[in-house]
Design a protein around this ligand. Structure first.
Ligand code: 4AD
Ligand code: MG
Length: 428
């Protein structure tokens, strides 16, 4: 058996390829069978006069997604998808497929999500998830090359990581436990051990909003660096994001083509990215007629307005304290604000990263925990980090699905994760 991606090594030779039937056509003298084997797509050509009746009849009876073995001669053909064709002399049915629900026509999105376990096989979905896998690998490579140590953080936790509003709570032998909203507090603890660290895993938020950019389970990479300030933090973010785009362009050209992505919009993505303060952003938004008041967080519409007409992602930094999480460091230059940033992707995609310098002053951090009415006992360990050699440090979280949606140009982030979890969806 040969994989479709290796066919170039077998031109003129006889091979057998196993794969799932995507389509069949032709009845008269020539019939075509398009198969997918997970490494590529191949068109098999069967000439009636050259095979026996049983082989011809079997080809004619093949249903979509049946698993078959096709045997024949590999031929170079620039017009064929993948560049090769198989002159089929043998067809074997390995596993028939019942009538396949996903047909080559338009289906409603609920129908497709109900059949997500099958929808994964479709070309657009394959392309999107392949880009996701490349981006994930690129994240690991980028951080590994820069001597970051990967630290796996717990999913079950007793400390609320971001805010109480979007927690999934479960019972932990009689006590409440939460599904991690972030691994951040734990990577902060690992900083004095390894200096540059990151976690990368699923995170959970009971988001009651049904928007194109919210999942209840999403993947986030969270680097954390000792001695980095907010400025260093933004530099790392822009370098990472530029690298991810570059890797996708370099290694996922075929996939981006399938997705009909205008890659011209990605080619110029390179650090440094422009920066503006939250206060400037509010003034611009008000100038454009938005209803925002200084003090509230930016919404999706605000973010889209700010990036309108811009080619590069945009940093908005130093948000008001009350709009952001308890652990962010107070801005010495303007204590109404904190040393943080959101990175907004262009083309209306909005926030893909949230980051900040962390409050390293014990009293101020304790004060913030009290102001937010978080249970102080649960943060004793976190406060210890400010007791035993407190140090300046910063970090950020990049949402994988939002980043991949932007890079692939897809509208909704639910297509960027193999099995999306949404407010109204736990199946399949
Ligand atoms: O801005 P957030 O909430 O930041 C944190 O969780 C910090 N603890 C990160 C850190 O400093 N270590 O989330 C970070 C990113 C967002 O910018 C977004 O890309 C993604 O996570 N994100 C979501 N993605 C999909 N669905 C959701 N419901 C998301 N919520 C956040
Ligand atoms: Mg955020």
């Amino acid at each position: 058996m040969v994989e479709i991606r290796e066919l170039g090594d077998h031109v003129g030779g006889q091979v057998t390829v196993k794969g799932w039937v995507e389509a069949t056509r032709g009845h008269g003298k020539v019939a075509f069978t398009v198969v997918r084997d997970g490494t590529g797509v191949l068109q098999g050509v069967l000439v009636k006069s050259q095979v026996d009746d049983a082989t011809w009849d079997l080809q004619q009876s093949l249903t979509q997604e049946s698993l078959v073995a096709l045997t024949g001669e590999v031929k170079e053909d620039a017009r064929a998808p993948g560049g090769y064709e198989l002159g089929v002399t043998g067809v074997e049915l390995l596993a028939p497929s019942a009538e396949y629900p996903i047909q080559p026509k338009e289906h409603g999105v609920d129908f497709l999500l109900d059949h997500r376990h099958l929808w994964l096989r479709s070309s657009m979905q394959r392309a999107g998830l392949k880009v996701r896998a490349e981006v994930e690998q690129a994240i690991h490579d980028f951080l590994y090359q820069r001597d970051f140590v990967r630290v796996d953080t717990p999913i079950l936790t007793g400390s609320i990581g971001e805010h109480a509003g979007t927690l999934f709570q479960t019972d932990y032998f009689g006590d409440p436990a939460y599904m991690a909203q972030t691994g951040q507090l734990y990577v902060e603890a690992a900083c004095p051990a390894f200096r540059r660290v990151y976690c990368f895993g699923p995170t959970f938020r009971a988001e009651k909003s049904k928007t194109r950019r919210h999942l209840t389970e999403f993947w986030m990479v969270e680097p954390e660096v000792a001695f980095a300030d907010s400025n260093d933090n933004m530099r790392l973010q822009e370098e990472l994001v530029s690298y991810l785009v570059e890797r996708a362009l370099e290694r996922c050209g075929e996939e981006l083509k399938v997705l009909e992505r205008d890659t011209g919009k990605l080619e110029h993505i390179a650090a440094p990215f422009p920066r503006m303060s939250y206060t400037e952003a509010v003034a611009i938004l008000q100038g454009k007629g938005a209803e925002i008041e200084w003090g509230s967080d930016l919404g999706a519409a605000d973010e889209a307005l700010l990036t309108e007409g811009r080619d590069l992602p945009l940093f908005v930094h130093d948000y008001p304290k009350q709009a952001k999480a308890f652990y962010m460091k107070e801005n010495p230059a303007d204590p109404r604000t904190v040393l943080c940033d959101d990175l907004l992707a262009p083309e209306g995609y909005g926030e893909i990263i949230g980051g900040s310098q962390r409050e390293d002053d014990l009293d101020r951090l304790r004060q913030r925990i009290r102001e937010e009415k978080l249970p102080e006992e649960a943060y004793a360990w976190y406060l210890d980090l400010r007791r035993y050699g407190s140090f300046p440090h910063s970090g950020f979280g990049l949402g994988v699905e939002r980043t991949v949606a932007w890079i692939t140009g897809r509208h909704h982030i639910r297509e960027m994760i193999p099995f999306p979890r949404l407010m109204n969806r736990l199946y399949p």
